[in-house]
Design a protein around this ligand. Structure first.
Ligand code: ASP
Length: 347
């Protein structure tokens, strides 16, 4: 009898162990990983002093390390990406939370979303003006509402009800973003005279006004994926414009069957081409690698369409891919047992 139960327990233990081993031959606990981005765009080396470069790199490292620490301590991928994104939201360097770009009317309207790859549960918010951490609100929508997306004042009421930190819209102010708005408005005025149309004028605005967002993707020790994105959107946006960042499938997607993706770039293209979900679907249905799927979408499909930007993506084996078709993308990643890798430019 005793021998039988010992044998049974051996079989049970081995099958649990086998289940925890992934295709790469490593256990989930050995291959957790995280990647983050601080936006893609016209990021040129020549515009960085050594001090500025160091400051940006340090902030990216701080964010990826914050997420890594949570994963290493058995935290979930969702907890890890929120921690990483909140470091970036609190920094003036990136277009999300503090440091968000200005709307045409001189305010800040923030968008964010989050998705859990195990349950496919998701939460998103758009056009919020007073919520200190939009990614925290997106997570509340995911966990504590029956909806996927809330917008504007309704989303803010929900934030209040959930006890999240609220701030005055001026909390998000920063001098460099205000200068960007004044610049953009001046250019819009000139273009509008020529083109006789605000939308056409906006379309002709340089890409540098259309970029910036933060995001994170992670695989935890339990083998679960998650993705999140948070942004101030586009400088001089108007009429309640909403970008791709809060749209599940466009700016954010996660599914344990394939991958987790957070995007940054010219949002209108990412919405039309359903970029984040398309990368995961290509992987799943075509049986191709994450890197292949992400590169085809960013460097073929989007380039052909004229949409610039990039993504960070991770699969269920902890493989990471971070392609972009713009000049640069603030990014960092860290795999189990390794140090953080931080990069900004193409080479
Ligand atoms: N995708 C964002 C938007 O269109 C901006 C960005 O990622 O740079 O709102």
């Amino acid at each position: 009898m005793a021998t039988l139960s010992r044998a049974k327990s051996f079989i049970i233990k081995s099958s649990i162990f086998a289940a925890a081993i992934t295709l790469s031959g490593l256990t989930h606990a050995e291959q957790f990983a995280i990647a983050i981005h601080g936006g893609a765009g016209t990021i040129e080396k020549s515009k960085f002093t050594p001090e500025k470069l160091q400051a940006y790199e340090a902030k990216l490292k701080q964010a990826v390390d914050a997420g890594y620490k949570i994963l290493n301590n058995n935290g979930s991928s969702t907890e890890a990406i929120i921690a990483a994104i909140q470091v970036l939201e609190a920094s003036e360097f990136f277009n999300a939370g503090k440091g968000a770009v200005y709307t045409y009317d001189g305010q800040h309207e923030l968008d964010a979303s989050i998705m859990d790859g195990k349950t496919l549960n998701a939460g998103a918010v758009s056009g919020v003006k007073t919520v200190k951490s939009p990614i925290a609100l997106a997570n509340e929508v995911k966990d504590n509402s029956v909806h996927v997306m809330l917008s504007g004042t309704g989303a803010e009421q929900f934030a209040k009800k959930q006890g999240l930190a609220l701030v005055d819209n001026t909390y998000f102010d920063s001098e460099h973003r205000y200068q960007q708005l004044l610049d953009a408005k001046e250019k819009l005025k000139q273009q509008e005279k020529e083109l006789k149309d605000f939308q056409a004028a906006h379309q002709s605005l340089d890409n540098k006004y259309k970029y910036g967002t933060v995001g994170a993707v992670a695989l935890d020790k339990q083998g679960n994926l998650a993705a999140g994105t948070s942004t101030g959107g586009m400088t001089a946006k108007r009429f309640g414009r909403v970008g791709d960042a809060p749209i599940i499938g466009a700016g954010t997607y996660a599914n344990n069957q394939s991958c987790a993706v957070s995007a940054t770039g010219h949002g209108e293209y990412f919405i039309r081409y359903h970029v984040a979900a398309d990368i995961c679907a290509r992987m799943q249905y075509q049986g191709i690698t994450l890197d292949k799927a992400a590169n085809v979408v960013i460097n073929d499909v989007l380039v052909e369409a004229g949409g610039s930007g990039g993504v960070i993506a991770i699969d269920a084996n902890g493989n990471i891919s971070m392609p972009f078709n713009s000049k640069g993308m603030y990014r960092a990643s860290r795999k189990a047992g390794e140090q953080a890798q931080v990069a900004i430019f193409k080479d």
